[in-house]
Ligand binder design. Sequence first.
Ligand code: CO
Length: 136
Amino acid sequence: MLTKIHHVGVVVHSADEALKFYRDALGLAVTADRVIEDQGVRGVLLEIGNSEIELLEPTRDDTGVAKFLASRGEGMHHICFESDDVDAELEGARAKGIELIDQKPRLGLAGMICFLHPKANHGVLVEFATPLKEGH
Ligand code: CO
């Protein structure tokens, strides 16, 4: 079951520069900041209430995020819905014939995640995420 908007992803040239706005000017707290090598991005999560902003800075030129930045510039990239069962969410989408990017959930900044194709979602890249339990 989808329970809330977990985060909104924003692609930026420099997370350090973007933090001057989201962290320093808005006062949001950073809850995660790490490079995800297989995705070629530095991801920074900032908490706002029960949701988050996810800054995505490409660390290589050959990734989807880098290509998005090159072709469209900085800006909103995706919306992530939290689910208590990302596997069931992905299977449900597949069964409904929704075009997928990820054929199975994988580990991401927000926990176990997967992406649906923006063509299937009226132009919005949609992510599902099930956060990992504390201590894992
Ligand atoms: Co995300």
